[in-house]
Design a binder for this molecule. Structure first.
Ligand SMILES: NC(=O)c1ccc[n+]([C@@H]2O[C@H](COP(=O)([O-])OP(=O)(O)OC[C@H]3O[C@@H](n4cnc5c(N)ncnc54)[C@H](O)[C@@H]3O)[C@@H](O)[C@H]2O)c1
Ligand SMILES: [Zn+2]
Length: 355
C-alpha cells in the first residue's frame, strides 16, 4: 500500500514499512534503540516485530503496565530514569509499539528527554493506527484530567501493520471504528458509504479503509498542527461524547464505556444538532443514526442522566458567551467548526437519542 507523506515524515504500511524502517535505522545509526511496549504488546506484538527488525545498534526493551492509569508523570519519571541507567543519549531512538497510551507517553518521554530525542510509532490498536499515532500530539494525564500535559512533536516515521489487530479484543476494535466513521462523516462521503456494508468486507478491504482513514487524519492535522482551525473538525461527536464518557466514569451505577462507544453516541446526538441548525438534511440524519446504531449498541442512558451529563458539558465547554461550542457536520463529508447550540437544543438532541 502506498506510503503517505506527513508534515516532515512518512507513514508506511505493512512489510514495506519494515523495509523502510530498517534502512532508516541503518542510515541514522542511532547510539541505542529503546523499544517501549506495554504488558499486552510485549506478549502479543513484540514476537512478530523483533524478527523483522534489522539493526546492528544495541536494542533495549522497556515494558510498562498496560492501561490508561499508567499514562502519568510517575511513569515518565521511571522511564526517564531507565533511559539514563541504560545510557540513553541524544542520539538514541525510542520505538513505541502499542496503542494510544504507548504512543502518547512514549512520544512525550522522547520529546522531553535531553530536550528531545527521535521516536517512531508502530501502532498496534485500530484507534492508534487511524488516530492516536498520527498528528504529533502526545502527553499524559494529570490526576483525573486527561491529556493535560504534553507536547506537539512529530515522530520520525509511523509503520502501520494491520496484522497486529489479530490479537486485539473486539471491543477495542470498535473504539477505532468510531474514529473511522467520524473521518468519513467530516471529510469524505464516499468513504462513509463504505461502512454501509461493513460485514461484507474482507481483510484487504479493511486495510484499504485503514489507509484512507490515516490519509484523512493526516491531511487534516498537516494543515493545522496546533488546532487553531480545521483540526477542530476532528472533535465531531467528541463534545457530547467526552461528557458522556466522563459521566459514565464517575457514576458507580454505569459500566465504564470505551471511548468509541461514547463517541458513537456523541456523533448521533451532534448529527441531530447539525440537522436542527440546518447543516444536514433529515435524510442524512436518519442515515447516520441508522448506520451508527447498526454498528454500536445503544448506550445505557435514560432521562434522569441527561441533566447531570449536560452539567458536565456546560461546566467543561462553556465559552465566553455561555454557549457550548461544537464541530458539526455540514452535509455528510464536510464539517462546520465553531458552532454553538442553545442548551435547550442540546437537551432535545439527547431526547432524540433516547427515543
Ligand atoms: N495523541 C493523540 O492524538 C490521541 C488521539 C486519540 C487518542 N489518544 C489517546 O490514546 C489512548 C487510547 O488508545 P488505545 O485505545 O489504543 O488504548 P491502549 O493503548 O490502552 O490500548 C488498548 C488496550 O489494548 C491492548 N493492546 C494494544 N495492542 C494490542 C494488540 N495488538 N493485541 C492485544 N492487545 C493489545 C493494550 O495493552 C490495552 O490494554 C488514550 O490515552 C487517548 O487519550 C491520543
Ligand atoms: Zn476520539
Amino acid at each position: 500500500m502506498q506510503s503517505i507523506t506527513a508534515s516532515n515524515y512518512f507513514i508506511h504500511f505493512g512489510q514495506n514499512g519494515y523495509n523502510k524502517l530498517n534502512s532508516f535505522l541503518k542510515e541514522k545509526n542511532y547510539s541505542k534503540i529503546f523499544i517501549l511496549v506495554d504488558s499486552n504488546t510485549n506478549e502479543f506484538c513484540l514476537s512478530s516485530f523483533l524478527p523483522v527488525l534489522e539493526t546492528e545498534n544495541p536494542v533495549e526493551i522497556i515494558e510498562i503496565e498496560a492501561g490508561e492509569e499508567t499514562k502519568n508523570i510517575d511513569t515518565c519519571v521511571e522511564l526517564w530514569n531507565i533511559l539514563i541507567e541504560l545510557e540513553g543519549d541524544r542520539k538514541s531512538l525510542i520505538i513505541n509499539i502499542g496503542g494510544g497510551v504507548i504512543s502518547d507517553i512514549g512520544g512525550f518521554v522522547a520529546s522531553t528527554f535531553k530536550r528531545g530525542i527521535d521516536f517512531i510509532n508502530i501502532p498496534t490498536t485500530l484507534l492508534a493506527m487511524v488516530d492516536a499515532s498520527i498528528g504529533g500530539k502526545n502527553g499524559i494525564d494529570l490526576g483525573n484530567l486527561k491529556n493535560q500535559i504534553g507536547t506537539i512533536t512529530n515522530p520520525q516515521m509511523i509503520v502501520v501493520d494491520s496484522n497486529y489487530l489479530s490479537t486485539l479484543p473486539k471491543n477495542e476494535m470498535r473504539s477505532g471504528l468510531a474514529e473511522m466513521l467520524k473521518h468519513g462523516l467530516i471529510f469524505d462521503y464516499q468513504y462513509w458509504n463504505e461502512f454501509k456494508n461493513l460485514e461484507q468486507k474482507n481483510f484487504q478491504d479493511f486495510d484499504q479503509l485503514i489507509h484512507r482513514s490515516v490519509e484523512i487524519k493526516n491531511e487534516i492535522v498537516s494543515q493545522d498542527l496546533t488546532e487553531n482551525g480545521i483540526r477542530k473538525a476532528l472533535n465531531f461527536g467528541h463534545t457530547i461524547g467526552h461528557a458522556i464518557e466522563s459521566y459514565f466514569l464517575v457514576n458507580e451505577n454505569k459500566k465504564t464505556l470505551l471511548h468509541g462507544e461514547a463517541i458513537a453516541a456523541g456523533m448521533i446526538i451532534e448529527a441531530f444538532i447539525s440537522n436542527k441548525l440546518n447543516l444536514i438534511s433529515s435524510e442524512e440524519l436518519a442515515e447516520i443514526h441508522y448506520i451508527i446504531s447498526d454498528l454500536f449498541e445503544k448506550i445505557n442512558i435514560n432521562v434522569e442522566d441527561i441533566k447531570p451529563i449536560m452539567d458536565l458539558l456546560i461546566h467543561d465547554k462553556k465559552n465566553e458567551y455561555g454557549k457550548v461550542q461544537f464541530a458539526l457536520l455540514k452535509n455528510i463529508g464536510h464539517f462546520a467548526i465553531n458552532q454553538s447550540a442553545e442548551n435547550s437544543l442540546i437537551e432535545e438532541a439527547f431526547h432524540y437519542y433516547l427515543l
